[in-house]
Design a binder for this molecule. Structure first.
Ligand SMILES: [Zn+2]
Length: 192
C-alpha cells in the first residue's frame, strides 16, 4: 500500500505523516527516510508549523532505502519525497512484493505551479492520495498553491523562507494576468 500526503507549503503534510506514525504502537517495524538534499533538520522528519518531529535516515535515492529494509520492516515513511532521486519502481516493489505500507509526504507543485520533480511519478504509483489544504495567507480560505514572495535565484530552492500558501483567487491577484499568462502558457521543450 502506498499513500501520499501532498499539497502546498505550510499545509501540514509532515504533521499528517507524523500523526500516522504516532498511531502505530510498535515502532520497531518502522523505517523513516528523508532526502539528504533537504538540509533542514538533518536526521529527523520535522514539522516546523506544528513543532513535532520523528527520527529519520538521510538517503539520496529510492534504491538506497533497500539497504535498510529487512524482514522486520512493515511500514516506511519518506518526507520531502519530491526531492528524492532514482526510480519510484523501488516503492512499488516494497509495497507489492515486500508487503510494506509506504507513507509519503511531498509538495505537488512548485511556486510556479509546475509539477514538482519526482512528484508526478510518486502520485502515479500511489494507491491513495490525500491533498492537504493550507490556509490562504491573504484571505484565510483553503489554499492549494504555494507562492514565492522574494527574489528567486536557483531553479529549485530548499527551505521555507519566502513561501506562502495562497488560494487560486489571491494567487491570480498577486501574480497578475500578464505575468500569469507568460508563466503558465510558455512553451516547454522537454514535454513530448
Ligand atoms: Zn485567498
Amino acid at each position: 500500500m502506498i499513500k501520499t500526503f501532498t499539497g502546498p507549503m505550510h499545509s501540514g503534510k509532515t504533521a499528517a505523516m507524523i500523526a500516522t506514525y504516532k498511531k502505530i504502537w510498535n515502532k520497531d517495524h518502522i523505517l523513516c527516510f528523508k532526502p539528504n538534499i533537504d538540509t533542514r533538520d538533518i536526521g529527523e522528519i520535522r514539522s516546523k508549523d506544528y513543532d513535532i518531529s520523528i527520527p529519520s535516515i538521510g538517503v539520496d535515492t529510492f534504491e538506497e532505502i533497500l539497504n535498510y529494509v529487512d524482514d522486520k520492516a512493515r511500514t516506511i515513511f519518506i518526507d520531502e519525497v519530491q526531492l528524492m532521486k532514482g526510480s519510484v519502481n523501488v516503492l512499488s516493489y516494497l509495497s507489492i512484493i515486500k508487503d510494506i505500507d509506504v507513507y509519503l509526504g511531498g509538495l505537488n507543485m512548485t511556486s510556479e505551479q509546475e509539477p514538482f520533480l519526482m512528484m508526478p511519478y510518486v502520485l502515479a504509483i500511489s494507491d491513495e492520495i490525500e491533498v492537504i489544504k493550507a490556509s490562504c495567507f491573504d484571505c484565510g480560505r483553503d489554499a492549494t498553491h504555494t507562492y514565492y514572495i522574494g527574489e528567486k535565484t536557483e531553479k529549485v530552492r530548499v527551505g521555507d523562507e519566502g513561501y506562502i500558501p495562497l488560494c487560486r483567487r489571491c494567487l491570480a491577484k498577486r501574480r497578475g494576468e500578464l505575468e500569469a499568462k507568460k508563466l503558465y502558457l510558455r512553451k516547454k521543450e522537454n514535454i513530448n
